[in-house]
Design a protein around this ligand. Structure first.
Ligand code: ADP
Ligand code: MG
Length: 696
């Protein structure tokens, strides 16, 4: 295996320095190993040769075997094409090329035997193939069985490196490597009846048949997921064994007086359960790392506050970090109001906090006079020092990178307990992988009395009706969100759309005030516009997704999302969560242009059929893949899987985790001779200097 990892791809027959550079740049293939682990995305069946007589119009790409009878050049200028007449004795077929004509004429010879591979098509009773793959029967390309088709880039194709080239390269490496050493302990291979590594590699590129392909895939997926789980688990075990956390045995004055005097409503069952879970953690002496998942509006803030009060009761300070200034401010206002009667010192620290206030905060934090600090990234700056930080809450955690969290973590000698809160429900399989070392609590119940939001899909030609609805809501004194997509790649066009939308709304509802926010604005302008809406000085807010996270305006009852097809499901769900927060019946309207593809429509119909964030997240994961899921990109762990799929390989993930657990139970330090290989692999795969176990 080391030989494969250490041999530069440029030394491979058929590569050389130029192609090597291309392969590295385009696909990240640097070594023999990288090439072998660049897996096909799908397969074509090269096991059968068809006769021309038996061709039919519905066939996918197939093979025929025979020889050319003639070549003629037809057409002129840009339309020039080379047409070869090909026969296998049962009929004839025209083979057409539009490019590299001269070269091809010299490459293929009349009378020689070839295998052609392409999708056949019929026109006026004559069969043809355009740009087929052509192989002589003895070449590597003509290998039988299923043949891998590889992910490629346009650049590579233009430079003449196609799927067949990659297939050939992989075959060349395999045929020169009769032995490839195992990367899993033999005991695991035996116990789970896994395919040996070399067989798996051979059969992933050129499977004998479909059944063998499935076994090869299982082996490779298992290995990929197994090492991720082993890595997560060994760190979390080491951490819980060696790192002592604060022990908070007391429930005292702050918690009790808040609970009896200030609690604005009865806690839901789910809130109570979660608080119990967190309390048990904080009382155990083990440092807590807990992920709190709860749909938008499920009441996470109150849970966080009650837990912070427990920290206060045990003579420590607490800190709540939010991803935006608006959110931090909102938390600050909610919390100061809630705790006003019990005399707690709460302060807000953001980028725009004035120097004087900032100095006060700094000194109060250090002498312990400040109980709870709420803020944005500003709270993790080095000059923010706590006397004794015992509890950290991170809201909407996916907006923070792991490195940022780690800095909060390091603010105390005894590591504070950490509660990470997210409203983006994470499917279990993903959570197991991305947050595999966090304990998870779930608030799966909304506070009583919420009216379900009515969600509808509407098309451009129904805009008038939609505006009528908005008019009625406005007349009742309600407020309206209107959201437009704004993505970097399409920024100019998107901004224009937004602007036009804004103008249209102002013209349609001249008697109402419209606020206007987008991510490209100066923060101060943005905050001003948002505050207009929050204080009901504006009735309509036209915005991009800057309002996605956390904003709370209970009087807003309609969320209109323009170009809804361009949003991810989880994002739509977040946006929808901005309404339905007060007494009024709320609506979410997904607008699209009249013509949308049927799978787009299906995707949007998930939104109209359910409000369950977990179901939506599962569907989103299945459709978009984990790379795009919010929460993974900034989670700090690159989920860059070569072959496993977090959406569909749940069972293998579970198997990998169970196997890793069992292994660590038997051999916690992995020092058994047979497990040496595990150390080597972990080092190779996770050769990072960051100790993930100490983070999040
Ligand atoms: P999220 O989980 O999205 O952060 P919040 O903490 O902002 O939700 O709570 C949403 C709203 O529900 C707030 O207005 C809050 O005051 C209210 N709320 C929270 N818990 C309860 C409860 N047990 N009963 C009634 N209302 C509640
Ligand atoms: Mg919240």
């Amino acid at each position: 295996m080391n030989r494969l990892r250490n041999t530069d791809i440029k030394y491979l027959k058929g590569v050389g320095p130029k192609r090597a550079e291309l392969l590295e740049k385009q696909l990240g293939i640097k070594s023999y190993y990288d090439m072998l682990f660049h897996f096909p995305s799908h397969y074509v069946d090269r096991s059968t040769i068809y006769t021309i007589k038996s061709l039919s119009g519905e066939m996918p790409a197939i093979q025929i075997r025979g020889h050319f009878i003639s070549f003629t050049t037809q057409g002129e200028g840009a339309k020039t094409r080379l047409v070869g007449l090909f026969t296998d004795g049962t009929g004839t077929i025209e083979v057409v090329w539009f490019r590299r004509i001269k070269q091809l004429k010299d490459t293929y010879h009349i009378g020689n035997e070839y295998i052609l591979f392409a999708k056949p098509s019929e026109f006026n009773g004559r069969w043809s193939m355009v740009h087929p793959e052509v192989d002589s029967p003895s070449s590597i390309g003509a290998i039988q069985g299923l043949r891998g088709v590889y992910p490629l880039t346009e650049t590579l194709r233009n430079k003449g490196i196609g799927s067949k080239t990659l297939f050939t390269l992989a075959q060349t490496i395999l045929s020169s490597s009769p032995r490839i050493s195992e990367t899993l302990p033999q005991s695991i291979i035996d116990q789970l009846h896994l395919m040996p590594l070399r067989d798996a590699l051979v059969n992933i590129h050129n499977p004998k048949d479909n059944q063998t392909l499935q076994r090869a895939k299982l082996r490779l997926k298992f290995e990929e997921l197994f090492y991720i789980q082993l890595n997560i688990l060994r760190y979390s075990r080491r951490r819980s064994a060696s790192l002592n956390g604060f022990r908070f045995p007391r429930i005292g004055h702050f918690f009790n007086s808040f609970y009896s005097e200030c609690l604005p409503f009865e806690l839901t069952g789910a809130q109570k359960r979660v608080i119990k879970e967190i309390r048990a953690d904080m009382g155990s002496g083990r440092q807590m790392n807990r992920l709190l998942q709860g749909d938008v509006g499920s009441g996470k803030t109150l849970v966080a506050l009650l837990c912070m009060l427990i920290a206060l009761d045990n003579n420590t300070q607490a800190c709540l970090m939010a991803p935006t200034e608006i959110l931090a401010t909102q938390h600050f206002e909610t919390i100061t109001q809630l705790v006003a009667p019990i005399g707690i010192n709460v302060k807000l620290l953001t980028g725009s906090t004035r120097k004087k206030e900032r100095d006060t905060i700094h000194s109060q934090l250090e002498d312990g006079a400040l109980h709870i600090l709420i803020g944005t990234h500003a709270v993790i700056e080095d000059n923010v020092k706590f006397k004794n930080l015992g509890f950290v809450v991170i809201d909407e955690q996916h907006r923070f990178g792991v490195a940022q969290r780690a800095r909060l973590w390091g603010k105390n000698i005894t590591p504070p307990h950490v509660l990470v809160m997210t409203a983006t429900p994470i499917p279990r399989t993903l959570a197991m992988t991305v947050y595999g070392d966090l304990d998870v609590s779930v608030i799966d119940e909304l506070p009583p009395g919420r009216k379900p939001i009515t969600t509808a899909l509407r098309f451009d030609n129904q805009r008038l009706d939609v505006y009528k609805h908005i008019g009625r809501q406005l007349k009742e004194g309600r407020q309206i969100y209107i959201v437009y997509p704004l993505i970097q790649e399409n920024e100019k066009l998107d901004l224009r759309c937004l602007e036009e939308g804004y103008e249209l709304i102002r013209e349609t509802f001249p008697q109402y005030k419209v606020a206007y926010v987008h991510g490209k604005m100066k923060p101060s302008e943005k905050d001003y516009q948002m505050s207009l809406f929050a204080s009901h000085q504006a009735d309509i807010l036209v915005a991009t997704t800057v309002i996605e996270v956390g904003v709370n305006v209970p009087n807003a009852t309609t969320m209109l999302i323009e170009n809804a097809e361009r949003f991810g499901l989880s994002q739509l769900h977040q946006l929808r969560g901005r309404v339905g927060r007060g007494e009024g019946q709320s609506y979410c309207i997904l607008m699209t242009k009249h013509k949308i593809a049927s799978d787009t429509r299906k995707r949007l119909e998930i939104m109209t059929s359910t409000t369950d964030g977990f179901l939506i997240a599962e569907a989103d994961l299945k459709m978009r893949g984990p790379g795009d899921m919010e929460g993974t990109m900034q989670s700090g762990i690159a989920i860059n899987l070569r072959i496993a799929n977090l959406a569909t390989d749940g069972q293998i993930i579970q198997l990998a985790r169970d196997t890793a657990e069992m292994l660590l139970d038997k051999d916690p330090t992995l020092s058994h001779p047979e497990n040496v290989i595990l150390h080597q692999q972990l080092a190779l795969i996770f050769n990072k200097t960051i100790d993930w176990g100490r983070i999040s």
